[in-house]
Design a protein around this ligand. Structure first.
Ligand SMILES: Nc1ncnc2c1ncn2[C@@H]1O[C@H](COP(=O)(O)OP(=O)(O)OP(=O)(O)O)[C@@H](O)[C@H]1O
Ligand SMILES: [Mg+2]
Length: 192
């Protein structure tokens, strides 16, 4: 089995080769799948993220959630609790800043903060996923910690391109598996 860092490098490279047209089509297909999930239809508070580095573009999902009058939240790197995320509500007019990873995040405003335990659905970024629902992220452990704090009846959904499938992934005891992974061509689901 290849080490985690090598898998990350190979898949991030493959993902960056996708054309703009492939990216656009993939994002639309995954957004339609996402909105059709019963757990999403029944959800009011949905955490999403802004894509970078060739990740599946989440803008169509965010817009569809706003249109469906869901509350959308984005992760913000916690200012002092190392390796943790805060989730702040995101509107079309939310003030944004660039964080240490070069990713846009809402400016800190405790009035729009929601505890992770109150999120109904958490969409997670990922570099790789396998056929058992294991995910490999960028290596910060941010989403492993977040999923550990979420309510047991919340739903963790990975959004990915088909080229991010890598089986089996080496997993560690702290890695939190997902219950759904949506790609343009497939819906993977593992019962809780
Ligand atoms: N719940 C946790 N509590 C404490 N440390 C953790 C926890 N989860 C992960 N870590 C630490 O975070 C580091 C990175 O973990 P890992 O390689 O699984 O990141 P990742 O899943 O790729 O990243 P991310 O979750 O940010 O997408 C590891 O060194 C691990 O010890
Ligand atoms: Mg992990």
């Amino acid at each position: 089995m290849q080490p985690r860092q090598q898998i990350r490098q190979t898949i991030r490279h493959a993902r960056r080769q996708l054309s703009r047209k492939q990216q656009t089509e993939a994002a639309q297909k995954v957004a339609a799948r996402f909105m059709a999930l019963p757990d999403v239809m029944n959800a009011q508070r949905i955490a999403l993220y802004l894509s970078f580095d060739g990740e599946l573009d989440t803008q169509p999902v965010i817009k569809a959630c706003w249109q469906a009058e869901k509350n959308v939240y984005l992760p913000v790197i916690h200012p002092f609790s190392h390796g943790h995320l805060l989730f702040l509500q995101y509107h079309p007019h939310t003030r944004m800043r660039i964080n240490r990873y070069g990713i846009s995040e809402p400016t800190l405003d405790i009035r729009t903060l929601t505890p992770s335990s109150k999120l109904d659905v958490i969409a997670t970024p990922l570099v790789a996923f396998d056929a058992d629902g294991q995910r490999l992220g960028m290596g910060g452990g941010y989403y492993d910690r977040t999923l550990g704090l979420c309510a047991p009846n919340s739903t963790a959904i990975g959004l990915a391109h088909d080229c991010q499938h890598w089986h089996p992934l080496p997993s560690e005891q702290w890695d939190m598996p997902l219950s759904h992974i949506l790609t343009p061509s497939q819906h993977w689901h593992w019962p809780a």
